[in-house]
Design a protein around this ligand. Structure first.
Ligand code: ADP
Length: 482
């Protein structure tokens, strides 16, 4: 991989703590498309995580004291360096994660867009003045950075899940310690290399790689850490939530989803098929906002399934770096096995395969993009997130029934529906229990809008002007004796 980068120094095999590149590679990172080793990363633990937190703690006062404009300028420079190196960053990303190169470029661009947005937002962290309740006093509320922030990120978006946590934190005046996913550390380390080039002072942004549970425990329990931001599985999110109770830390959790994708009789069917393709098969179905359950109304069911299957059959599976590939490999064997389990369960209960349904002839973790029809409402796939390229299509009769089915989940991250009737659009958008709703679209993520879930899908919002609020504390000051 190093030979194919324009700037080989972006591929780092060391961690970044207190402005120094440290540790030596011992954990192998492999390319899911080939199984080949890309490089090695250090296997750090609680001691190094503590050192990184203490570096961030030490760096915090000076970083917080800079003016918003000074912080903004450094973030802006970081953004510009990422844009200038987008091809290298995308190649690193595809090599460790598997998604097609065009999608990796898209991720690098939105990842950079978060930094650009929060560089701007840094200057808009306004406080307020409050009409007083007593004549001799004046009341104000100011906003201050919360302190050292810890972040733990997943492998499915190795770039943008980092920037959307780190850039609002830095913009607000916080310092950060990050543990990226062990499958995809090189995107994170490349971002740190560029942050260093942009002039980020030492200790402001630190990265540790290694054994997740002990590092996570230190992040949750070290008294200097005031905020723990996590994107990943609900299971791990709950562990972090419990661990953080000891020190009453603030948490941002972006956990699992189980997105319903509903197509009503009055929908534009071709648009709905397009939306389903993007929402379901982007990143091989490995996004937390992927359509997981497709509910299609009786009158358009057959037409929808037929058109969707035609598009799915036309997809090209292969190594993400090859021209024209739209589906790369899944991240690992466990991901393939879960997809297989969901398919087997649906078939055992009367569903039928319209296309795909099994491992791809390419071997490894390549899987055929799949469409199943006549799936029963009680299928496993209705209750669990697949995180694979499987579209199970359920049939429904009316609006009340489908809203009930859609909401019958402990998760509530994203939902999608296609309809034209204005009354229905409002009714359903308001009735769906999720943090985000896409109406007549399958792609909702943008740096300017609040991303996050309800119920067991998480806490807090990332992106938009709300995203920076997570990283500040409100301090109320009463000035009396006037
Ligand atoms: P997935 O199953 O998709 O890999 P995880 O929730 O296991 O999702 O992983 C998301 C992130 O959480 C990764 O960075 C991983 O290393 C980290 N992680 C896994 N287990 C723990 C843990 N016990 N404590 C802290 N972080 C963890």
């Amino acid at each position: 991989l190093r030979d194919r980068l324009k700037d080989p120094s972006l591929l780092r095999e060391q961690c970044y703590i207190d402005g120094a590149w440290t540790g030596s590679g011992s954990i192998a990172v492999t390319n899911p498309a080939t199984g080949g080793e890309i490089g090695r990363i250090p296997s750090l633990g609680a001691t190094e995580a503590t050192a990184a937190i203490e570096a961030a703690e030490h760096a915090f006062p000076a970083w917080a004291k800079l003016t918003a404009k000074q912080r903004s300028n450094i973030l802006r420079k970081w953004f510009e360096l990422i844009v200038a190196n987008r091809e290298d960053l995308a190649l690193i990303l595809t090599s460790e994660q598997g998604k097609p190169l065009t999608e990796a470029l898209g991720e690098v661009d939105i990842g950079a867009a978060y930094i650009e947005f929060f560089a701007e937002e840094a200057r808009r962290v306004y406080g307020e003045t409050i009409p007083t309740q007593r004549p001799d006093a004046r009341l104000i509320a100011i906003k201050q950075p919360i302190g050292v922030c810890a972040a733990i990120t997943p492998w499915n978006f190795p770039n943008s899940m980092i920037t959307r946590k780190v850039s609002p934190a830095l913009a607000a005046g916080c310092t950060v310690v990050l543990k990226p996913a062990e499958e995809t550390p090189f995107s994170a380390l490349a971002l740190a290399a560029l942050a260093e080039k942009a002039g980020l002072p030492k200790g402001v942004f630190n990265i540790v790689t290694g054994d997740a549970p002990p590092i996570g425990k230190v992040f949750c329990e070290h008294p200097a850490v005031r905020f723990v931001g996590f994107t990943g599985s609900t299971e791990v999110g709950k562990i972090l939530y419990k661990q953080s109770a000891v020190g009453v830390k603030k948490l941002g959790l972006e956990l699992g989803g189980n997105a319903p994708f509903i197509v009503f009789d009055d929908a534009d069917i071709d648009a709905a098929v397009e939306g389903a393709m993007v929402s379901k098969y982007r990143n091989m179905g490995q996004t937390c906002v992927c359509a997981n359950r497709l509910y299609v109304q009786d009158g358009v069911y057959d037409a929808f399934v037929e058109k969707l299957a035609a598009k799915v059959k036309a997809m090209k599976v292969g190594n993400g770096t090859e021209q024209g590939v739209t589906q790369g490999p899944l991240i690992n064997d466990a991901a393939v096995e879960k997809t297989e389990r969901h398919i087997a369960d649906a078939l055992a209960n009367g569903a039928k395969v319209i296309t795909g349904g099994k491992r791809h002839a390419l071997g490894g973790t390549f899987f055929e993009p799949t469409v199943l029809a006549d799936v029963r409402p009680d299928a496993l796939v209705a209750h669990e997130e697949t995180f694979g390229p499987l579209a199970p299509v359920f049939r429904f009769k009316d609006e009340a029934e489908v809203v009930k089915l859609a909401n019958a989940s402990p998760f509530g991250l994203a939902s999608y529906f296609y309809a034209r009737d204005l009354g229905r659009v409002w009714r359903v958008a308001e009735a769906l229990e999720s943090g985000m709703v896409g109406v007549n679209t399958g792609l909702i993520t943008t740096e300017v809008a609040p991303f996050g879930g309800v119920k067991e899908s998480g806490l807090g919002r990332e992106g938009s002007h709300h995203g920076i609020e997570e990283y500040v504390e409100i301090k109320y000051v009463m000035m009396a004796g006037i």
